[in-house]
Each structure stands twice: as structure tokens, then as C-alpha cells.
Write a protein of this length. Structure first.
Length: 139
């Protein structure tokens, strides 16, 4: 009940939605990978790591749905690139289509933005801790 109320609150605050089923994460990962190709130096490795992390959600969704996770995500990712269709996600409902628009699978944009923001903040905190506590000094 609490989750449903939070979704309703988020839609009142901002009524924009993104397609679910990992479609938004895969689409974002593709955009970050494309941007990483334009960056020189070690920063592109961090960007590629971020793109890989974005794919963790669709991988978990596929695995929890009983689908082969790597094959499912790779297939959807390739189809998004080939078809230019960012609506394609993991068919967790076993409907027979990966198009989340056809399946009416949506998530609130504000919720998705918050998830990515919080995950990024956690990584920053971990990196700061690793800088403070050096592995050799800890042992």
C-alpha cells in the first residue's frame, strides 16, 4: 500500500513516466557508452563502468523472471540499437513482446531519477572511503 501511495505522490509531483522492464536503464546505458566513445583518457573507463552498472537492473529482472539474464539483456540491447526503439525491455510477464509500450509497463520518471541519483551517491561515498583508508595501511 505504501509503495502505491508513493507512486501516486510521484505522479502528482511530476506526471512524466519512462518505460519499465529495464528499458530505461538499457537505453541510458547505450547513451553513456556512446558518450564514453567521445571521451579521452581514463574517464571513459569510469563511464563504461557506470553503463555496466545501469544494466544490473535488467539483468536482475531477467534472472528473477526465470529468463537467461545475459542473453536476454544482450538481445534487448542489440534490438534497441538496431530498431532505434528505446521502449524495448525485459519481457518479465512472458507476453511474447519486449515492447514495454505495448505491455503498458511504466515507471515514474521522478522515481527512476531518484534511484540513479542514490546509487551514484553510494558509489561516491565508497570511493571516498577507499581514498581515506588505503589497503596497505589497513593491514
Amino acid at each position: 500500500m505504501h509503495d502505491a501511495l508513493c507512486v501516486a505522490r510521484n505522479l502528482i509531483r511530476n506526471n512524466r513516466v519512462v518505460y519499465g522492464g529495464g528499458a530505461a536503464e538499457i537505453s541510458c546505458a547505450l547513451a553513456v557508452e556512446a558518450a564514453a566513445d567521445k571521451v579521452k583518457g581514463v574517464e571513459q573507463y569510469a563511464m563504461r563502468g557506470f553503463a555496466d552498472a545501469l544494466e544490473a537492473t535488467p539483468l536482475a529482472l531477467a534472472e528473477n523472471s526465470g529468463l537467461p539474464p545475459i542473453e536476454s539483456v544482450t538481445d534487448v540491447k542489440a534490438r534497441q540499437v538496431a530498431e532505434g526503439n528505446p521502449h524495448l525491455g525485459i519481457d518479465a510477464n512472458d507476453v511474447g513482446t519486449n515492447d514495454m509500450k505495448e505491455q503498458n509497463v511504466f515507471e515514474t520518471l521522478i522515481g527512476k531519477k531518484q534511484q540513479i541519483l542514490l546509487a551514484t551517491q553510494v558509489v561516491k561515498m565508497i570511493l571516498k572511503i577507499e581514498e581515506v583508508i588505503k589497503p596497505n595501511e589497513y593491514e
